[in-house]
Design a protein around this ligand. Structure first.
Ligand code: SF4
Length: 587
């Protein structure tokens, strides 16, 4: 009896049951999401839910009603296939054979990488600047290629169009992307996307696959960092036919290791990528496999960002930094530390999503000296809150010796000490960008801002006393805002614009982000064109996306008119002195 059982098991092991579907998985996923994967060779979705559920499925089919199996997640069933599963023909075995052949031939399997900075869908966006998330992500890869440690080459410049608006300039962008891809002969496309640039990035991936289905696509960036562990929203689960690999977290070393694998193999072994990577990072492929890595990442060991791969016009993106004649000064962005120690309820950079990691002062100064040699006159620190740098006074003393000008993101509660603000000034700081959000203590408390109106007014006075200029952001659309809190915010901002301290006012609308407390239960996806197009949505940062129900066009228009009356010339979206980008869309 036992022998019969063993023989039966051996015989069964030569077969496998697969459910093949023609439709894409319906979301949200039920049952075993990791078992459903897209087979890029067969161009089909395959459900490899473990055999116990296959038995249930077969039972249900026999009975003619669904009783035992997991909930159906795919709308359109195609067929059930019982296939041979011979061990020498399994995927792993063929990969090993393939590796042997490529090793003997010692020829790189793939040759060239095209880098893409996903374009925004917001033509009114006036926040330009260097494509820093992508530049950080590729820095170790670029170093490895240039040092001969990675047998790939790079397309000459990052593909970085200003914006992509479906039906307006989308064809133009896609066609120039196709041209570049063909001209360069790239067989790997590696892109960084925000929530707003996800859809254009997916459109470009689709173009690449249309041109050559063998092109490998890799997605990373702030949006995937936020959604990668939300199965209903994870882009690689939703679009396995477009995204081959995706990386979340500290992606730079993992990206280099993934590219090493892809340069010598048909498909990358994620375990090998994990073994050779550092940082807190997650790597996924479109066959439902993933690895996570949690090893310390030493920021000082990373190479400086390869700005030569981006357009040189970014030097003049910061028009708040000018000389006495009003000429815009060449500005570079930099970070002193990653992550944010705060947890504002609406923000996707909150500490739960981006853990703090700090560069040494020596390493920061080394980079500044290099940028000086490259002709830069100003450094803008992109840190979420520069004032939270642990050895701030020591850093300020060293910055002073460089003779450069500086600006940074900061918070009013880090600027209430006049002595510290003076130290900033002496170090060369001339400009800060800080958030007021709403000038109302109850609203600030409920958004977990850890900042009060008293911090704001004290910080503002100190900045005025030491001759700083300031950009501020205001945030509307919060469920607990009132007419009074909006009025107080507008009046306070007007006062400081008139005093000449506030030079820039950026107005945002609360937009639900899935990784934040405000947006967690909403499950809104971003692989689409924005739900709110046109006026007045396009007059606010993030105005085109998802908001609470009380935010209607009439509601926003009222705020907009009140802002225009008070400080029209300081509104970021009214400014026209920015370097104009060449594109088919006018802002
Ligand atoms: S809004 Fe600013 S301070 Fe608050 S969590 Fe986000 S980055 Fe940090």
């Amino acid at each position: 009896m036992r022998n019969i059982l063993v023989l039966t098991l051996i015989a069964v092991s030569f077969f496998k049951v697969e459910l093949i579907y023609s439709g894409k998985p319906a979301w949200p996923i039920y049952g075993m999401p990791a078992a459903v994967h897209y087979d890029p060779v067969r161009h089909e979705f395959v459900d490899k839910t473990p055999s116990w559920d296959m038995i249930n499925v077969l039972e249900d089919l026999r009975e003619g009603r669904k009783k035992r199996s997991l909930p159906v997640r795919i709308p359109e069933k195609k067929e059930i296939r019982v296939k041979f599963n011979l061990f020498w023909r399994r995927e792993e075995a063929s990969e090993e054979k393939f590796l042997l052949i490529t090793a003997v031939a010692s020829k790189p399997y793939r040759q060239k990488v095209l880098l893409v900075n996903g374009p925004s869908q917001d033509p009114g966006d006036r926040f330009f600047g260097w494509p820093t998330p992508l530049l950080y992500a590729i820095a170790p890869t670029v170093e490895a290629i240039r040092g001969g440690l990675l047998n790939l080459s790079l397309a000459d410049k990052i593909f970085d169009p200003w914006c992509y608006v479906e039906g307006v300039n989308s064809q133009e962008i896609k066609s120039s992307f196709r041209d570049k891809l063909e001209r360069e002969g790239a067989d790997i496309v590696c892109a960084s996307a925000t929530y707003d640039s996800l859809y254009p990035t997916l459109q470009l991936f689709a173009e690449a696959k249309k041109l050559n289905p063998r092109i490998v696509t890799i997605l990373g960036g702030p949006h995937f960092d936020e959604v990668h562990n939300i199965s209903a929203l994870s882009d690689i689960f939703r679009h396995p036919e477009l995204i081959d690999y995706a990386i979340a977290g500290d992606g730079e070393i993992a990206l280099r290791e993934l590219l090493k694998e892809l340069s010598i193999k048909e498909t990358a072994n994620l375990q090998t990528v994990a073994e050779n990577s550092t940082g807190r990072v997650w790597v996924y492929n479109n066959r439902g496999q993933s690895v996570s890595i949690n090893k310390p990442l030493v920021l000082d060991e990373l190479p400086f960002i390869p700005i030569e791969l981006a357009s040189d016009s970014h030097r003049l993106d910061f028009d708040v930094f000018t000389d006495e004649q009003g000429t815009i000064l060449p500005t570079i962005q930099m970070i002193a530390a990653r992550g944010c120690p705060y947890s504002c309820s609406f923000c996707s950079e909150r500490k739960e999503l981006a853990y703090p990691n700090v560069r040494s002062i020596g390493n920061i100064i080394q980079e500044i000296e290099l940028r000086k040699q490259q002709g830069f006159r100003v450094v803008f620190f992109d840190d979420s809150t520069f004032g939270a740098y642990p050895k701030l006074l020591d850093l300020l003393h060293e910055l002073k010796n460089t003779g450069m000008k500086f600006g940074s993101l900061n918070r009013f509660n880090h600027l209430t000490n006049p002595k510290l603000v003076e130290e900033f000034r002496e170090a060369g700081f001339v400009y800060f960008y800080c958030a007021i959000e709403l000038y109302d203590d109850e609203a600030l408390r409920r958004m977990m801002k850890f900042q009060t109106t008293s911090h704001i007014i004290r910080g503002m006075r100190n900045l005025a006393d030491f001759g700083f200029t300031l950009g501020v952001s205001l945030l509307y659309g919060l469920p607990y805002e009132t007419e009074e809190s909006i009025q107080a915010t507008l009046d306070f901002t007007k006062e400081w614009v008139e005093r000449g301290v506030i030079k820039l006012v950026s107005e945002s609308v609360l937009s639900f982000h899935p990784g934040t407390p405000e947006g967690r239960d909403k499950n809104y996806s971003f692989d689409r064109t924005p739900p709110n197009l046109g006026y007045p949505w396009n007059r606010f940062e993030e105005g085109q996306w998802y908001h609470p129900a009380h935010v209607t066009p009439q509601y926003l228009e009222k705020i907009l008119i009140a802002s225009q009356e008070r400080f029209s010339y300081a509104l970021v979206r009214n400014r026209h002195s920015w370097v104009k980008k060449s594109s088919g869309v006018n802002g």
